[in-house]
Design a binder for this molecule. Structure first.
Ligand code: ZN
Ligand code: ZN
Ligand code: ZN
Length: 276
C-alpha cells in the first residue's frame, strides 16, 4: 500500500476533454427490482432500466478511470464497450459499489498488469474482508484472482496525470467520498455534505448527485434534498443518480426544475479535467 499526496500544481496543469459514461444509475437492488410489478419496474422505457451505480471517466490519451466496481460490472463493460481500465476509485465499500471487483481479472489479462485502485483506509479494511482471497497470499490452482495495486486516498491525487479531488460526504453516519474531476463532480450515496466539502464543489459546471426517491431516507438524499444541494452549489446542469424504482424517468423529469434531470444508464457527459 502506498500513500498518495497532492501532486497537482495548478501552474503546470491544463484542461483536457473527458467523457463520462454512466454505467449504472440504480440503487443497490437495481431497477427493475427482483419480483416487483410496479409501473417503473414493468416500464418498457430503457431509461427505467438501472444497473448498480458506477461511472466511467475516459480521458483520451491520459487515463480510463472506473468509479466503483458494481455487481453489474461485467454486463456494464460489455454493454458500453469498456475495454480498458487504468485505475479504479472507490467511493465506499457497500456491496453495490464493490462486488464487481472480481470482474477486473479480464482487464488484468488484456492489459497484462495489476490495476491501481484508490480508496480510504476504512474502505480498504472492508475490501480486504469481503475479498479475502485477493489478499490472503494463498496460492490457488486454476482460476486467477484480481490483480490490484492498493493506494490509500489521503487527499487530492493524480491518476494518469489527471487530477482527482476527493469530496468527503456523509452517507447516513458513514463518511464516504465523492470525486471531482475538473468541471464535473460525482456525489453518489450521500445524505449530507459536510461544511468543509462545499468549497470543494464550488464552481462545478456539472453536478451528479444522489437522489434515491421522494420519501426521506436515513442514508440518501431524497429528490427535495438533492434539489436543495443543487440550488446551493448552482452548477450549470445537474443529474440525479442512484434512483430506486419509486422514480420513473419520464414522469420525474417532467417535474424537475430546468437544468436538472435524472441520469440514466448509457448517458454520456463531457467534462474538462485538469491534466499535467
Ligand atoms: Zn449505493
Ligand atoms: Zn418496482
Ligand atoms: Zn452506499
Amino acid at each position: 500500500m502506498s500513500l498518495e499526496s497532492p501532486r497537482a500544481s495548478p501552474e503546470r496543469s491544463r484542461g483536457v476533454n473527458a467523457r463520462i459514461t454512466f454505467l449504472g444509475t440504480g440503487t443497490s437492488s437495481g431497477v427493475p427490482s427482483i419480483g416487483c410489478t410496479c409501473a417503473v419496474c414493468l416500464s418498457t422505457d430503457h431509461h427505467d432500466k438501472r444497473l448498480r451505480p458506477s461511472i466511467h471517466v475516459d480521458v483520451p490519451e491520459h487515463v480510463s478511470i472506473l468509479v466503483d466496481t458494481s455487481p453489474d460490472l461485467r454486463q456494464q463493460a460489455l454493454t458500453y464497450g469498456l475495454t480498458r481500465v487504468d485505475a479504479i476509485l472507490f467511493t465506499h465499500s457497500h456491496a453495490d459499489h464493490i462486488l464487481g471487483l472480481d470482474e477486473i481479472r479480464r482487464f488484468n489479462f488484456m492489459q497484462r498488469s495489476a490495476i491501481p485502485c484508490y480508496a480510504t483506509a476504512d474502505v480498504w479494511t472492508n475490501i480486504r474482508q469481503t475479498f479475502h482471497y485477493i489478499f490472503d497470499g494463498v496460492p490457488r490452482l486454476g482460476g486467477g484472482i484480481p490483480l490490484i495495486e492498493a493506494h490509500e486516498i489521503q487527499g487530492a491525487f493524480e491518476v494518469g496525470g489527471v487530477r482527482v479531488l476527493p469530496v468527503p460526504l456523509l452517507h447516513g453516519n458513514m463518511p464516504i467520498l465523492g470525486f471531482r474531476f475538473g468541471s464535473l463532480a460525482y456525489l453518489t450515496d450521500c445524505s449530507a455534505i459536510p461544511d468543509e466539502s462545499w468549497p470543494l464543489v464550488e464552481g462545478v459546471d456539472t453536478l451528479v448527485i444522489d437522489a434515491l426517491r421522494d420519501k426521506k431516507h436515513p442514508t440518501h438524499f431524497n429528490v427535495d434534498e438533492a434539489l436543495a444541494a443543487i440550488a446551493k452549489i448552482a452548477p450549470r446542469r445537474a443529474y440525479l443518480t442512484h434512483m430506486a424504482h419509486d422514480l420513473g424517468h419520464a414522469q420525474t423529469n417532467a417535474r424537475l426544475p430546468a437544468r436538472v434531470e435524472l441520469a440514466y444508464d448509457g448517458l454520456v457527459l463531457d467534462a474538462i479535467v485538469d491534466a499535467s
